[in-house]
Design a protein around this ligand. Structure first.
Ligand code: HEC
Ligand code: HEC
Length: 220
């Protein structure tokens, strides 16, 4: 009896832990979605603190693209969840975050907060502008690109076995950062080599821009 229980617990444990790995590559993307609906209104689309609600309330969120580099994940988790009266460096003389920043610990889960942190890191280290809407980009990617590039962009889609392809790994930050937005755009529009087809005629420019933004997020 206990054996069965232990086994069930083990299976349940595996079930519960598996998605965490599977969603790793897209956590910045999930974080982006949360950011747009929960944070952008104060922190602004670019994280610099010029959101419309902040202006209405006379709040002054910091420019996160400058401060985040010096904050550890643990500190960010505390800041976002509002856990305890945390102290953070580089602030007023008491080094305490004011209460102008809402506490999100009750409405967001731990994994949502982790996804947000992945996105904030992306936002503060991004080397290229976002050209299109990554939410639209993700839908298009799932529809047209995963057969070769894989669900999560690793380059391991089902067609790679049949055709012996080696599509580029879209989660590799070094390779992707080396390419400008224009490079990626042109690669998608015109194709590259025999097996990376050009999408002109199927996708319009706005859709290709959305794909470029989504691919950038896969590198987090
Ligand atoms: C009602 C406006 C408002 C909303 C909504 C909001 N924030 Fe803030 N946030 C602030 C203000 C104001 C500060 C600066 C507080 C201070 O300086 O003491 C801040 C500070 C922060 C900081 C600390 C930055 C630093 O390095 O000092 C982080 C991180 C942060 N917010 C993340 C978020 C996230 C993630 C969300 C969405 C889940 C969010 N905020 C939503 C107003 C807001
Ligand atoms: C039939 C398989 C296939 C499909 C479908 C496919 N790709 Fe590719 N892709 C490849 C291969 C193979 C490469 C590597 C090409 C090379 O380096 O020679 C590649 C490379 C790329 C590159 C890098 C190009 C470069 O210059 O290195 C980008 C960006 C890309 N694909 C985006 C996409 C997007 C976006 C989609 C969906 C709209 C897509 N691909 C659909 C096979 C595919």
């Amino acid at each position: 009896m206990t054996g069965i229980l232990a086994f069930t617990a083990l299976c349940l444990g595996l079930l519960l832990t598996a998605p965490a790995f599977a969603t790793d590559a897209v956590s910045a993307y999930e974080g982006h979605r949360l950011y747009v609906s929960h944070c952008m209104i104060c922190h602004g689309p670019d994280g610099k603190g010029h959101g419309p609600l902040a202006q209405n309330l006379g709040l002054n969120p910091v420019d996160m693209t400058r401060t985040l580099r010096s904050r550890s994940d643990t500190i960010l988790k505390k800041i976002i969840s509002g856990e305890g009266g945390q102290t953070i460096s580089g602030r007023d003389r008491h080094n305490v975050l004011t209460d102008a920043m809402p506490n999100w610990g009750e409405v967001l889960s731990e994994s949502q907060i982790e996804a947000l942190i992945a996105y904030l890191r992306f936002l503060s280290t991004a080397q290229h502008e976002m050209m299109g809407d990554p939410v639209e980009g993700r839908d298009l990617y799932q529809k047209y690109c995963t057969v070769c590039h894989g669900e999560e962009g690793y380059g391991d889609g089902v067609m790679t076995q049949i055709l012996e392809l080696e599509p580029m790994d879209h989660t590799d930050p070094v390779a992707i950062n080396k390419m400008s937005n224009e490079d990626i755009f042109v690669a998608i529009k015109e194709g590259n080599g025999q097996y990376m087809p050009g999408w002109e005629g199927i996708l319009d420019d706005e859709e290709i821009e959305a794909l470029v933004s989504y691919i950038r997020m896969l590198t987090q």
